[in-house]
Write a protein that binds this ligand. Sequence first.
Ligand SMILES: [Zn+2]
Length: 83
Amino acid sequence: MTRSYEYVCPECENTVERDFRVPSIVRSCENDCGFDHYIRTDLLEKVEAVPEEDRPDEWDEMDNEKKVYVALKEGVLSLPDLQ
Ligand SMILES: [Zn+2]
């Protein structure tokens, strides 16, 4: 049995599945979002677990990769999560 991992478009939340596990994949989104970093959905869920008081003021404007970085800094994510 092969596992698959789900990745989500940061712009339109379109998802794709791949059978490999990486933090993000760069692909051209079929919904005209252009080239985007699709982020693994379980990473994104953890990123959303960053408590509001630990989020920078510009959180809502930050792209997902920056949010991943904040989550790492806050200890919500750890390096093994990124593998
Ligand atoms: Zn998209």
